[in-house]
Design a protein around this ligand. Sequence first.
Ligand SMILES: [Ca+2]
Length: 230
Amino acid sequence: MSLINEKNRHQTLMPPVILLWIFAFLFIIGYQIVLTQASWAQNDTILFQDDFEDGATDGWVLSPGWNIALDDGNRVLCYSGFPEFEMRGSAYPNVSGWVNFTLELKLKIMKGNLHIDFRSNPGAKYWLGIPEGGGCYLAIGRNDNGSPWNQQIIFSQEIWELSKWYSVKIILNGAHIQIYRDNKLIIDYTDNTDHAILTPGGFAFETFFNMIPGRLVKQYFDDIKVTLID
Ligand SMILES: [Ca+2]
């Protein structure tokens, strides 16, 4: 009887030992994954970065109306003005040659419409269009053999509130375009047409009101980072 009890005791003791080994194994594997992810994060190639805290706009090409403003003690890139539709307030870094990249930024729209152009170059571009107080859309524009055309290709019904900071992340990986707002995927599009823009380009902000001259447009931008996708 005592032998049976001893055997039973061993049987009841074995599972915790096995569990201990399993926990140890999982801990080591998990630790390795964390280390690997940290290593990947450290190896990200940053192509461009600006938080405007130095108060300077060197490296930027700015139309009239752009400056550095203070927002709750935080320095931001600001557009404030009365742009005509054909004379938009435009801001872009003096760069070129990016194809596959991630663009991250924070933005706050007080007034006006905004286009965030990407893979933008003299012949073509995509853009995220954000009409004041509405949803948003992804569009494409090209200049084929001297005849320009553009087209809105996918819409999101997510409303963009005025005077609220949003985090935006635009991932351009080949023909696959993903746009996140506050970590929520709001546009996911793969351009399988022969119109897909895979040519190098940078990014730009364009601010305006549609066909309504003389109205104030005011928008803030901050914490801009462009990371290479290998
Ligand atoms: Ca800042």
